[in-house]
Design a protein around this ligand. Sequence first.
Ligand code: BGC
Length: 753
Amino acid sequence: MEKINTLISRMTLEEKAALCTGASAWTTVGIDRLNIPSIFMVDGPHGVRRVKDEFDMSEKSRPATCFPTAACASATWNTDLIRQMGEAMAEEAHAFDVDILLGPGVNIKRTPLGGRNFEYYSEDPFLSGKMAVSLIKGIQSKGVGTSLKHFAANNQEYQRFSIDTIVDQRTLREIYLYAFEIAVKEAKPWAVMCAYNKINGDYCSEHHQLLVDILKDEWGFEGFVVSDWGAVHDRVKSLKGGLDLEMPGPQDRRVKAVVEAVKSGDLDIEILDEAVRRILRIVFKAQEVERNSSFDKEAHHALAREIASEGIVLLKNDGILPLKGETQIAVIGHSAVEPRYQGGGSSNINPIQLDIPLDEIKKHAGEERVTYAQGDTGKDIFDQSLIDEAVEVAKSADVALLFLALPASIESEGYDRENLHLTQQQILLVQAVSKVQPESVVILNTGSAVTMSGWIDEVKVVLQAWLMGQAGAGAIADILFGKINPSGKLAETFPIKLEDTPAYINFPGDAGEVRYGEGLYVGYRYYDAKKMPVQFPFGFGLSYTTFKYSNLQVADAFTDIEGLTISVDITNTGKAPGKEIVQVYVHDHEASLSRPIKALKGFAKVKLAPGETKTVSIPLDFRSFAFYHPDYKNWITEDGDFDILIGASSQDIRLQATTKMTSSLKPPCVLDSESTLREWIADPRGYAAIKPMMLEMQAMFNQEFDSDEGIGMDPMGMIMDMRLDSILMFQQHALPIPVDDIVDGFLREAHSM
Ligand code: BGC
């Protein structure tokens, strides 16, 4: 720190301004005079996209391991594995002289239409946050930085550079910021990348509340905030708003604007110095590590395969998997030969090697047992002849394996999907093939949920293989042939139809705004509240074995500060070794604000041999029970009962117990004479104070209501939403008790606490 402060004192104004805007597409400015090196940042979340030319934004990058995309990685629910993925990516970053990897992305999958959902983890902020923590810790443990992105509420591609996200503070905190908060506090990323969009009127790149008040001051973030590439509009305003580094560069006019703003007194030099300090801290941190120039390609490929095999989710299995030595196997689909294994855009990796599903199936089954038909073009194009050909191949086999991948023209960074179904060609293909071949297996390569009406009932198996990385083909084959027991579970709900989805009415917005009208009710929180059936729920996934849940241990009572550790026994009751993902949801019996029916607060993945039992312990902390109260501008807890729900999925709750929490954090009193009667009653202290008045009023109104006097309704119902001062005004004459004194006394006492 000393060294950095000395450097800052020796830097000219021009040097400081220059440091805060990139030197090239991927590098920061180095200052030779002061021995300040430049650092190199590259995308992205599932591999190292190192271009040769630092001024080129889109050239093909140097070959690197293409790991499974976040959509697949999160479905592993395996934090150890994700950490290993981070370590491996860091080794590759070393070899390419990269200092910071631009990822992970923890934006919430608000709707399955989101074009970039493949790059994000989940519809649930807790799961997203924990996945990000593992990846960041893995990468940073080897001295390579991460840049957590895109901060914040960047949940669609439509008008992504300008859209104004209109979202209430509670939803922002509990859903859209929470994964960032977990990752920032637990894993300390070196950088946070601000999003392109606006939130409630301000660009994220200039959003003081977001970047300074919340991220830096409240969460204690010590790294630098970098702009998404091209997200800065007004450089001076963005510095004031807390954005430290603008990318890409060079942008001379920006540097000049900053210099002039300091000279004219418009920009406080302290603000610029703070940005410089934050950047320099990371620049020098990046120099602390020894770099290896090589990495073990085979080991990384094997790791990519292992992650894919744990992230692939078996959604339906009417008894045919694992394959049992069928004599003839028909493989159908363009993507069996040209797999779709990652998404388009900035995260696109040039893979070191690419496994092909058809080849991997032949390796298991033997060349002679496998026939192939293309089935589709890999694009959204209808071609009946390909369907006819596939039907012929399927007919003469014992089983048909249909590889169906959403074309890149439908799903990518830069644009959202228009619907949730497969292409017309693919739907007709499945229908035609399954008509002649009852043993049909569908393997999906999509970055997010698809709907399945019109074909799911016709096929025996659905295997969700996501965009599964360069080694995913081998993982699919391992699962089909039973070499690996599937253990992935959905990190997002698969709805029955698009119209069911939470954001349906508000997406993608218009007139430059998208209103998050569904509030907290995103993903399973919405389907729970609506009691709406879904195709496959959040947290769901099948296995080749079965698991029994027993012996749930939950203390009867606890305090929010201590938290609570629960434990449960999981037994593998089937014949195959397997892994189970145990999920802990918390349900609040009663709260002063509406709350989703349940929320994920813990999980564990446990490996079990047949017959084996393990006890899983999962800690729950203050936040597992708290909610964000916009009046108190804080997370609060309230005394009361909570159910601890242990699920094999969000809709398959196997065990539950009720426990009583004592809140140690008494919320400050926000009642005053302008609060409504309902608000006074909701606060136990407020209620105690006005109770005498309430009883008097009740008695008086009852009399009126029961007689023929009055206005033919129960006035109690009407006055609940009136402000206390209005009620006092007209009740003073009628009530014989000194209400004013009671209320004044209460307020004096409450506010002096
Ligand atoms: C993307 C970021 C990416 C950056 C650099 C932007 O368009 O939104 O995710 O890190 O480009 O490639």
